[in-house]
Design a binder for this molecule. Structure first.
Ligand code: ATP
Ligand code: MG
Length: 314
């Protein structure tokens, strides 16, 4: 029997203190090879610190970091050749052209010159037209595209995207999502942070939620949305109702004070909103409009950060 593959990344008790301030508190996390993992949390939660500890930009205070099974304390350099990082801050040498800076990056990572690969990432990030421009002559969004290209040009097996699409236009965001999915389907492991929760919703297989340096929860995205998710049904009546109708009572729906709208929240395990709607129609009520809304990752994140009691009961 073959051994199961090592996790792409394994953190045990990872902690970081800046003086008296604790930025990461004993984080345990295991990222599977080939998955897209979204690390979510408010400003200052510790996301960039976590990524920096793995990539060698931040010196950890305690804990173990393994990259594809190799402990970074035992070998701080070798495993890091497998990593790619799109940093949150834009930082590159303004005096090189776009193509030069990509070739230099290949060299940093000990890869032979590979112009075909440079062209491939430039095309994927829609930067072909700027290949020979100096990096300082790029627009803000183009600089961010170049950061992404740099992180990928040496074919890393584990890529950190720290808010990769901040300040990027809608079209590139879509293109990037497509490209990230392609990389993942080819076996690249992706760890993503983003404040655009739509991005995590689109891409992530699993989601981790971090706050004040603590990893609060790690869960399959679909399961998380099912468990926390709810569907909200809002029915508007053409004429106000004097009281909550019998069907509404049965489903524990709520009638607004003016009697014009009825709201029903369908959580996991509740009766389907459609059943209530049918009962309302059958009762001959003067329904003027029906709206439904499904909760999104954004709603879930807010609930978890507020510490909704069921948040910890996995
Ligand atoms: N070099 C440093 N010295 C002192 N404190 C730091 C340093 N770097 C980060 N911190 C603090 O550590 C905490 C975590 O910062 P970090 O950059 O990891 O947050 P983040 O989750 O990436 O936030 P954002 O969403 O704003 O990017 C913050 O309170 C920050 O002020
Ligand atoms: Mg950050």
């Amino acid at each position: 029997m073959s051994e199961p593959p090592s996790p792409a990344l394994e953190l045990q008790g990872l902690s970081k203190r800046y003086g008296n301030f604790t930025a990461l508190q004993s984080v345990d996390l295991s990222i599977r090879p080939g998955e897209i993992f979204a690390l979510l949390g408010p400003n200052g939660a510790g996301k960039t610190t976590l990524i920096g500890s793995v990539c060698g930009l931040v010196r950890k205070t305690a804990g173990t970091i393994r990259v594809f099974g190799r402990d970074l304390d035992a070998d701080p350099v070798g495993p890091r050749y497998e990593l790619g990082l799109v940093p949150q801050e834009i930082n590159f040498d303004p005096f090189f052209t776009v193509a030069e800076s990509l070739r230099i990056q290949q060299g940093y990572y000990g890869r032979p010159r590979d112009d075909a690969r440079v062209d491939e990432v430039l095309t994927a990030l829609n930067l072909q037209g700027k290949k020979d421009s100096l990096t300082r002559a790029l627009s803000g969004g183009m600089k961010r595209r170049l950061l992404i290209a740099k992180a990928l040009v040496h074919k890393p097996r584990l890529v950190f995207l720290d808010e990769p699409t901040a300040g990027v236009d809608v079209e590139l965001r879509r293109d990037l999502w497509t490209y990230v999915r392609k990389l993942a389907s080819e076996g690249t492991t992706i760890v993503l942070t983003t404040h655009y929760l739509e991005e995590a919703e689109e891409l992530a297989d699993r989601v981790g939620i971090i706050n004040e340096g603590r990893l609060l929860m790690v869960e399959d995205k679909a399961a998380l949305l099912r468990r926390f998710g709810e569907k909200r049904l809002v029915v508007t009546f053409a004429t106000p109702l004097p009281a909550l109708p019998e069907a509404g009572q049965r489903f524990a729906a709520r009638l607004s004070d003016d009697g014009r709208t009825l709201t029903y929240v369908e959580r996991d395990g509740c009766a389907p909103a459609g059943d209530l709607l049918r009962a309302l129609y059958a009762a001959g009520l003067p329904i003027a409009d029906v709206e439904t809304r499904r909760s999104r990752l954004e709603d879930v994140l807010i609930e978890v950060l507020r510490g909704r009691p069921s948040a910890s009961a996995a």
